[in-house]
Design a protein around this ligand. Structure first.
Ligand SMILES: Nc1nc2c(c(=O)[nH]1)N[C@H]1C(S)=C(S)[C@@H](COP(=O)(O)OP(=O)(O)OC[C@H]3O[C@@H](n4cnc5c(N)ncnc54)[C@H](O)[C@@H]3O)O[C@H]1N2
Ligand code: MOO
Length: 406
């Protein structure tokens, strides 16, 4: 036994402490990426009435079973301006796309198949009943539920919500995520870095992942490797009422890994520390009241892989999404893989497809958890289960696509 927690169990334990955040009302313009708190029903039937799908003439199909035939044009129907009259026998109405079909008409003659002569139109092609007519309710009917609670709203959903007749939406409040980087070696990008320093990258990547999930990142800056400074930053997360505190670095066993005692000193009860995964082993999770604390490892690839597997699912759970677990798909190995040890491996890989369209993941040769370039170039993560035996190119494997914010 390694004593490390399996990935799925670690995620289940984090998620079990999280409930959907309360709802708030926002305008459609602010709703992108937010999650619906209540199902959305159609206010109105769409289209509300039979209408024309083309520019042409509204006709009675019985009049135009053969061609040519001459009809008298008795009115005009445009989108937003219906023809109040009726199309009688031997008559037609000029009609434009989207206009309500006038009473009496049951089909639309395409204007390309007609010759206008004064107040008459010569029909050059027969027209069947229902031709170029969109029936009332073709898209949806009043009272129908089209978007479920828990739906993360994309551009298409917002278009649909508007078409349903909703100007404001009830969505779950944005999760507040405090992000604290730690380490004397960290300098802000764009500023002067000291001779022993590197540029801090994790906070920026994690904040972007949070924002991309509809969360509100709160940057607590960089704390030096001093217990009091780390504690002060954690206290700030608490006073800012963060839903989640993410710490970055200082999670391992070195003399300068000070995050765990600082969290505990601030009243965070640790649930677990160390997961059977690579990269990301020294991740910790705990809570203080309503706030969940996730202590992510400092290595940049480890922090981001942990965000995919734990932080993003936690944000989705807070938002009220029904299905939050990262989805793998079956594919094939693009190259031989060695046997794995007791840690589930998330291997940075290129993604292609074989002749049958099956996804193929080809592991990059170098997998160091400090290598952001390899992560940036990766098109997927190849998941190697704990204790997997050696495998050959072409063998089946599990592939995790990186979620959109990444
Ligand atoms: N004796 C052991 N040493 C280590 C173990 C272990 O089990 N025994 N685990 C290793 C693993 S695995 C990881 S992952 C790292 C994680 O360590 P920490 O979480 O304590 O991270 P740090 O030591 O603070 O930093 C690691 C590495 O990442 C750089 N870093 C940190 N923060 C940032 C940031 N915001 N932006 C960019 N880069 C950052 C830091 O400079 C270090 O190079 O521990 C191993 N050690
Ligand atoms: O878990 Mo560490 O993240 O292997 O480098």
């Amino acid at each position: 036994m390694s004593g490390l927690l399996p990935v799925a169990e670690a995620r289940a334990r984090i998620l079990s402490g999280l409930a959907t955040l309360p709802a708030e009302r926002v305008g459609l313009g602010e709703a992108l990426g937010r999650t619906l708190a209540v199902p959305l029903k159609a206010v109105r039937t769409q289209p509300p009435w039979d209408c024309s799908a083309m520019d042409g003439y509204a006709v009675r199909s019985v009049d135009v079973q053969s061609a040519p035939v001459r009809l008298r044009v008795v009115g005009e129907a445009a989108a937003g301006k219906a023809f109040a009259g009726e199309v009688g026998s031997g008559q037609a109405a000029r009609i434009f796309t989207g206009a309500p079909l006038p009473r009496g008409a049951d089909a639309v003659l395409l204007q390309e198949n007609a010759d206008r002569e004064g107040d008459e139109v010569v029909v050059r092609e027969p027209v069947q009943a229902g031709r170029h007519v969109r029936r009332a309710g073709l898209d949806f009917s009043a009272g129908e539920t089209l978007l479920p609670a828990g739906r993360r709203l994309g551009a298409r959903d917002l278009g649909l919500a508007a078409a349903l007749g909703h100007g404001v939406l009830d969505v779950s409040r944005r999760p507040r995520v405090a992000i604290l980087a730690t380490g004397d070696e960290l300098a802000l990008p764009g500023k002067e870095a000291g001779p022993d320093q590197i540029f801090a990258s994790n906070s920026f990547a994690i904040a972007a992942a949070v924002a991309g999930e509809g969360g509100l990142p709160l940057d607590l800056g960089i704390a030096p490797d001093e217990p009091a400074a780390i504690r002060a930053a954690i206290e700030r997360a608490i006073s800012e009422k963060a839903d989640i505190l993410v710490t970055l670095g200082g999670a391992s066993v070195g003399d300068h890994d000070l995050v765990r005692p600082a969290l505990e000193a601030c009243g965070v009860t640790l649930d677990f520390w160390k997961i059977a995964m690579r990269p990301g082993k020294p991740m910790m999770a705990g809570r203080r009241g309503e706030m969940v604390a996730l202590g992510l490892p400092g290595n940049p690839v480890s922090a981001l892989v942990c965000s995919v597997l734990f932080l993003i699912p936690a944000l989705r759970r807070l938002a009220g999404c029904s299905d939050v677990t990262p989805k793998t798909r079956r594919g094939r190995l693009g190259r031989d893989m060695p046997a794995n040890d007791h840690r589930e491996d998330y291997v940075r890989a290129a993604l292609s497809h074989d002749a049958d369209g099956v996804p193929v993941a080809t592991a990059f040769p170098r997998q160091d958890s400090s290598m952001l370039r390899a992560l940036s170039e990766a098109e997927c993560l190849l998941v190697r289960p704990a204790n997997a035996v050696a495998a050959r190119a072409g063998d089946p494997c599990d592939i995790l696509l990186l979620p959109p914010p990444l």
